[in-house]
Design a protein. Structure first.
Length: 332
């Protein structure tokens, strides 16, 4: 059975508070996620002072606040990283974080990260991609806002810099928060896999949990989903995130789907084999048949149970001679 790697995306939903970040780790662990992911950045390296906020950020944060000021409050410093990594190790859940600048890549590498998540916004950032590619770690590449040509170019940079292609998983994504259902375009995930012969997954920003579950049924090996302790908290991403009970339901549903996908071989399962004689039918005497009578459509019928002669032999049995007497309803 395949195991889908489920990333509970805490992102910046800790609101810059260590205590809240730890509660998010608790919730991700309780839900059964494989990893929890934060974001590592310094606002001064990430965004210019004049950069506008996205529409969804404007709706969920102070209108007058710049993107720089909003992000400045959401930074995790190095000491906080150490504490969160230690806490994840105690909880037995993998700590991940997305770096958004070169300093952050270096910090996460020094902290021993074995897996690097590249966010959709950096897929056209050649020096950034090259920096991560040189590390030769496991890479998860999100592709929101990208077309196939941009994905191909990013993969080429990563591989040429030194990351083996088999270490890369490409996530289909849409970078609208929340993503309208008609814009999910989930089939594109399979297109990515076929085009580049890479492992694929899905980073979800829809409301609800049905789309990531569907992605697993379509072959996603990695699922990433934003979550929060409370959608009503102030902050840019809370509204488009699911709460702990929904995260747990999503993980449970994905684990069920993994089992249900099973094998491509079509054959009776162990659990249903016992039902064959009950549900299938056999040739039965429609009325009293004497030894020497010819079997005809008038004296034969088809009824349950199924441990007699199969009805698939109907043509073969018609016209043959009864070797003994049969009472009405008796199996032939």
């Amino acid at each position: 059975m395949t195991h889908t790697f489920i990333i509970a995306e805490a992102g910046v939903n800790h609101n810059g508070r260590l205590e809240l970040a730890k509660k998010l780790i608790d919730a991700a662990y309780t839900a059964g996620a494989d990893a929890i992911k934060f974001q590592t950045f310094q606002a001064k390296y990430l965004v210019s002072k004049s950069a506008q906020k996205a529409d969804y950020q404007k709706q969920n944060t102070e209108k007058s606040e710049s993107q720089f000021d909003m992000l400045k409050k959401l930074e995790l410093n190095e000491a906080m990283h150490h504490e969160l990594i230690d806490y994840c190790q105690k909880k037995n859940i993998l700590f991940l974080s997305t770096p958004f600048d070169h300093h952050s890549i270096e910090l996460l590498d020094q902290l021993g990260m074995e897996m690097f998540k590249i966010p959709s916004g950096e897929i056209t950032n050649l020096p950034y991609l090259r920096h991560i590619g040189r590390l030769d770690k496991q890479v998860i590449l999100s592709t929101g806002m990208a077309n196939l040509g941009e994905i191909e170019a990013a993969l080429r940079v990563l591989v040429q810099a030194g990351t083996a292609e088999e270490k890369i998983t490409v996530l289909h994504a849409n970078t609208e928060y929340p993503t309208p259902m008609q814009d999910v375009n989930l089939k594109a995930m399979q297109t990515i896999g076929q085009a580049f012969d890479v492992a694929v997954g899905y980073s979800d920003h829809t409301l609800g949990i049905e789309v990531p579950i569907a992605a697993v049924a379509l072959g996603a090996s990695v699922i990433e989903k934003h979550f929060t302790l409370d959608k009503n908290m102030e902050g840019p991403d809370h509204k488009a995130s699911i709460e702990p009970a929904e995260l747990k339901a999503m993980v449970c549903a994905i684990r069920n789907i993994e089992q249900a996908l099973g094998s491509p071989i079509k054959q009776p399962s162990l659990s249903e084999n016992k039902n064959k004689p009950i549900a299938r039918k056999s040739l039965v005497a429609k009325k009293t048949i004497k030894k020497g009578d010819i079997f005809t459509e008038d004296n034969l019928c088809i009824k349950r149970p199924g441990h007699g002669i199969s009805p698939m032999r109907w043509d073969e049995i018609l016209g043959t001679i009864a070797q003994r007497n049969y009472a009405e309803d008796e199996l032939i």
